[in-house]
Design a protein around this ligand. Sequence first.
Ligand code: NAG
Ligand code: NAG
Ligand code: NAG
Length: 420
Amino acid sequence: MLPSLLLTGLGAFGLVRPAEHQLPLVGDTPSSSSFGPAYRDDLLALHKNLVSTSSQSGAEGNVGDWLIAYLQEHKFKTYKQQVSPRDNTGANGRFNVLAWPAESDVGTTIRGDVDISTLVHVPPLLVTSHIDVVPPHIPYSIDDDIPTSETHINGRGSADAKGSVASQLTAINLLRSEGVLEGNDFLAVFVVGEEDSGDGMRAFSTFMEDKFPNAGFKAAIFGEPTENKLACGHKGILSCTVTATGQAGHSGYPWLGKSANDALVRGLVALIDADLGTNPVFGNTTVNLGLIQGGVAANVIPAAAEAAMAIRVALGPQETGHMEVRRRMEAALKAVDTSLAMACTQGYGVVECNCVVDGFDTIAVNYGTDVPNLSGNHTRYLYGPGDILVAHSDHEAITVGALETAVEGYKTLIKHALQK
Ligand SMILES: *[C@@H]1O[C@H](CO)[C@@H](O)[C@H](O)[C@H]1NC(C)=O
Ligand SMILES: *[C@@H]1O[C@H](CO)[C@@H](O)[C@H](O)[C@H]1NC(C)=O
Ligand SMILES: *[C@@H]1O[C@H](CO)[C@@H](O)[C@H](O)[C@H]1NC(C)=O
């Protein structure tokens, strides 16, 4: 049992709990299993199939094929957008799954073979999440034969992000059956590769930019585990390596050489003590010194040392916030030892999302998402069931109640985004 998840299940979207099925009471103490929204079984079956189908980043083809079949059964047109294979990609490839209502005037209805070039306009809303998961695979299991909202569902991806995928599709199906969502309102896109590179969302974004250079979505809803709170955004990231260069020599005569390790250690202390930027919503910029190495033996003055670090950037804007952090890091290092050098990969500053919608609690998260990989000037929402700390662990799990709360949350967000 995971007490923290129980809270998540009842959590943030408390104003709008799913409508409960009121079954006749048997005696004075009805089993809680008698209660639940009408869509519970369909939601749990969809979630089970997604989680049971293993889909580590790079090897998402099987879950993609399953999802295509599900969508076609549920009156969607679908399109497989091929994404570059990886070493672990199986024979059926890897692809993003695009889906839109069969009744829309976009695309043909030829089963399984819609030509995306027939997409003639950009619908106002994108609903998206990812179908890849982190390793290792953890099989699906559910704790109760007759699920209640407190029942735990275990398995890789149960929260991150197949919980979001299942809740989003259930919300969409409900809104379509209620006549709220119409044919040309939205595009649903379930991407590959979110967990390690964002190549799936990048491929989708590039496609849209090429095809519609002067048009874009008005709003995009991204599904990730945010404990069913509406995320105001997430920190940016910067990955850097600091290298120190010294001069080797006999350890008994340190003045005849120069210790790269000494220089590196002093530089790293300066880095972790430096003010690298703070933001009232996102907190402090933090440095994880993930890897440190230097020298060759205890009795040799070390000639080379280096440290690799991941920095979670609390400064904006998205395009340049990380550059200010980098400037501060370089200044801190130079003040210690001018021989220290730093190289960084391309990063980004804080990624802001719209978190002002009635009925939602808010949160700021410290993990990366696909939000920055979709270009365009759309309103961004980041929301979904599950707790990120549990999500990447060896005990990834979610409650039935969290999934159902997310269905209601997505319905509200979709209507809000479309002003319906
Ligand atoms: C996704 O976006 C982030 C932030 O801009 C970037 O660092 C990353 O390289 C992108 N992924 C791809 C495949 O372009
Ligand atoms: C942020 O950093 C400052 C010092 O720079 C420290 O006083 C404060 O406690 C930190 N805040 C958090 C939330 O860690
Ligand atoms: C983005 O959209 C907002 C409001 O719709 C508008 O005010 C702004 O100028 C747009 N920015 C760009 C770069 O197009």
